[in-house]
Write a protein of this length. Structure first.
Length: 184
């Protein structure tokens, strides 16, 4: 017996509604980070949601030396909060050292994909940074980008890569360097 078209339509509609509801429930709520811990899923969507500590090692000491500015070779420490959902990732970063809350940044665009050579997940992000009371060599706003490989050691994750900025680029003072991110 052939089902009536209206019965098939109702069944298809119900299937789409249930699937959409599950995707919304599991993908756009605080449940999603727990779903990312499932071994098969975490290989595609690593569990990066949460609090992190970021260490930036900048080329600023070389730039400062070339221009005769005072400098420190100490790395910049920041706290990072990542909110990861199925359809969006948001990263907030606030500096801790050398000056607490000197700079904060919010992401503009984020993407996770697999590295073609290593097949490891890579996080790419572009951010907008704000400096409340900039030094004479700095600007109150700049853009930056980072590329970090998401590394897994057992159940622990970390991220390592590089970043670059357009910070005060008209004066040749834009920065770049390495970035290490570890869960706090």
């Amino acid at each position: 017996a052939i089902e009536a078209p209206s019965s098939i339509w109702r069944l298809a509609s119900l299937s789409v509604t249930i699937t959409s509801g599950l995707a919304l429930l599991l993908g756009q709520t605080p449940i999603f980070p727990y779903v990312c811990r499932i071994p098969l899923i975490r290989s595609f969507l690593p569990p990066i949601d949460g609090e992190w500590s970021a260490t930036f090692r900048s080329n600023w000491p070389a730039i400062a030396k070339a221009f005769g500015y005072p400098n420190s070779s100490d790395p910049i420490q920041s706290r990072m909060k990542i909110k990861a959902r199925l359809f969006a990732i948001h990263i907030d970063t606030t500096s801790i050292t050398p000056k607490p809350d000197y700079m904060r940044s919010d992401t503009i665009s984020v993407r996770i994909c697999r590295d073609a050579e290593t097949d490891k997940p890579v996080l790419y992000y572009i951010y907008s940074a704000f400096v409340a009371d900039p030094e004479a060599t700095d600007t109150d706003r700049h853009l930056g980008a980072a590329r970090v490989i998401i590394l897994q050691d057992g159940k622990d994750f970390s991220m390592k890569g590089s970043y670059w900025t357009d910070r005060n680029w008209p004066k040749g003072l834009n920065t770049a360097g390495s970035l290490t991110i570890e869960r706090t």
